[in-house]
Design a protein around this ligand. Structure first.
Ligand code: PAF
Length: 282
């Protein structure tokens, strides 16, 4: 398994592949790899002979210093996790300097308003950080296609807008949420949950499934009240937000319209670990 650490190393590798006329798939991650990441890589491998997986805990997208400090960093385990793919996959694990140079700052983006709802409201500046790091990574790696999980559905829509704003020549593909058997969406943050929290957390998906089941039988406000009541009965999980939104512009549902698609979005704290999930409703 090849691990590259510097901008010049990755640019050299990319040039080699381009000279051989090989297309490049890209899976950006912050490490602590799990089966959800593996599903992105496997999808990418069906379409491209060579995949780059970046492992970079991006400082500019954390609005909480302790979350950044405690984010799992497991490059050794990540390397052995990816070793099954042999030379078809390479890891890019840069330092902040290789990405940002001497100034670790985020560019300020206007993503047309979708950056100001849900995750954007609760994590100010988060999407500027995500946009900035991906802009740097896309320019260094020059992939033909990049793959993102739909667990971060809002992020996926932000990335689609980013490539338009930055006029980047790559396509963006969203991939289905990978879940544990008990329904818990796979996330690097799950590695920080205690056994007890791991047992409680599938309640998040169970709640979303019930909302999907009831969708169309009550108003968005009544769905919200119902979800809030469920979490009040479950004090180990702290509801941060629940929203039903149109998938295109992520605006909250006020009146359901024909031919529009909606998803329910949720963010919950298990202790100090923040978990997000979402589900397609129609
Ligand atoms: O989803 C993530 O892991 C991160 O937000 C990403 C896309 C790797 C950017 O740092």
């Amino acid at each position: 398994m090849t691990i590259l650490y510097t901008r010049s190393e990755i640019e050299k590798k990319v040039s080699e592949k381009k000279q051989q006329n090989l297309s490049i798939g890209f899976v950006p991650t912050m490490g602590a790899l799990h089966e959800g990441h593996a599903s992105l890589i496997e999808l990418a491998l069906k379409k491209h002979p060579f995949i780059i997986v970046s492992v970079f805990v991006n400082p500019t997208q954390f609005n909480n210093a302790s979350d950044l400090e405690k984010y799992p960093r497991t490059l050794k385990e990540d390397t052995s996790f990816l070793s099954v793919y042999g030379s078809k996959v390479c890891i890019y694990a840069p330092s902040p300097k290789e990405i940002y140079g001497s100034k670790i700052i985020a560019k300020q983006y206007n993503f047309g308003g979708i950056e100001n709802v849900m995750e954007g409201t609760h994590r100010p500046g988060h999407f500027d950080g995500v946009g900035t790091v991906l802009n740097h990574l896309f320019r260094q790696i020059r992939p033909d296609e990049a793959f993102f999980g739909e667990k971060d559905f809002q992020q996926l829509q932000i990335v689609r807008r980013l490539v338009k704003i930055e006029k980047l020549p790559l396509s963006i593909t969203g991939c289905p949420i990978h879940r544990q058997e008990n329904g818990l969406a796979m996330s690097s943050r799950n590695a920080r949950l205690t056994q007890e929290q791991l047992e409680k957390a599938p309640f998040i998906y169970k709640t979303l499934l019930q909302v999907k089941n009831d969708f169309g039988t009550k108003s968005a406000l009544n769905h919200k009240k119902w979800v809030q009541a469920q979490f009040k009965k479950n004090p180990d999980l702290n509801l941060e937000y629940f929203e039903i939104s149109n998938i295109k512009n992520l605006s909250p549902l006020s009146r359901k319209r024909k031919h529009q698609k909606y998803r329910a979005f949720i963010a919950v704290y298990a202790g100090e670990i923040r978990l997000i999930d979402n589900i397609a409703l129609n």
